[in-house]
Design a protein around this ligand. Sequence first.
Ligand code: PHE
Length: 334
Amino acid sequence: EQLKQEINEYQSVSAELTEAFRIKYLGTKGIVKNIMGEMKNVPNDRKKEFGQILNEFKVFAESKYEFLKESTNGSTKASATIDWSLPGDPVGVGSRHPLSLVRNQIVSIFKRLGFAVAEGPEIEDDWHNFGAMNLPEDHPARDMQDTFYIHKDPSWLLRTHTSSVQARVMEKQKPPIRVICPGRVYRNETVSARAHCFFHQVEGLYIDEHVSFADLKQTLYFFVQEMFGKDVKVRFRPSYFPFTEPSAEMDISCLICGGEGCNVCKHTGWVEILGSGMVHPKVLENFGIDPNKYTGFAFGMGVERIAQLKYQVNDLRLYSQNDIRFLKQFTGAV
Ligand code: PHE
């Protein structure tokens, strides 16, 4: 009984003490072994009683040892002792890429307006990228988008815009159609601070009865206000795209210099952020949509440009260099 009490007082979490406990009670020269050695001196008629008590004590000491071992994390070696007060190793938490952040913001704004997300292949055929978009083979406007062709086979190419995804949607779906198409596109441009051979777009398409240019303007105006705040100014300029008529480009007041004049807005105070227009009747006909019944608008914007304005990124190459010093600045942004 006295020994039991002694054992009860062991509460340590240290590995050294646990090991000392083992040696003292359970070791080859320990107390348990020692008392067992006494067995031969016990008179025969009391051997049974003595044996029971001894066994009970042994089980008790063993379970205490297991308990102590657990409290030192299973180890009885001093070197493996854990100091619970030490600060932990930092765990590197990643951050979202700025282009993903901005893409997600754009998508969520248009989702609130009822647009669904559509995706398609990056390797496209000529029809979906150009033909269906009212750019037949000899169309001079093909030069607007310097195209990468696959193995010099002009029937396969890397898509130059995600209008190709809109083509695939119109192929499968009847109006009303309301989709946005985010994705990577490719153009054969010399890489510099202002141009890259690949970039990201979000294009949109809305086709229904009675869709008007006023709807187009209001939708894009809403988008800009949600994206950049209420103070940003907007202007539409007439433009040309083979797949829209009329066409317009939209500028916003420069967020980099606030209109003072800088390289991003080429000292005009305005930055172009997207192309847009009313879907050309030829495009609707290409997909068996009656242009007398349905009208639609389309738009396309570059994610890099929007992110540049939002986060003041002055060199397009930063987006794809994977420089941790650049990427880390977006930690915590959602
Ligand atoms: N597809 C055009 C481009 O990549 C953008 C655009 C889309 C313009 C829809 C008008 C309408 O430049």
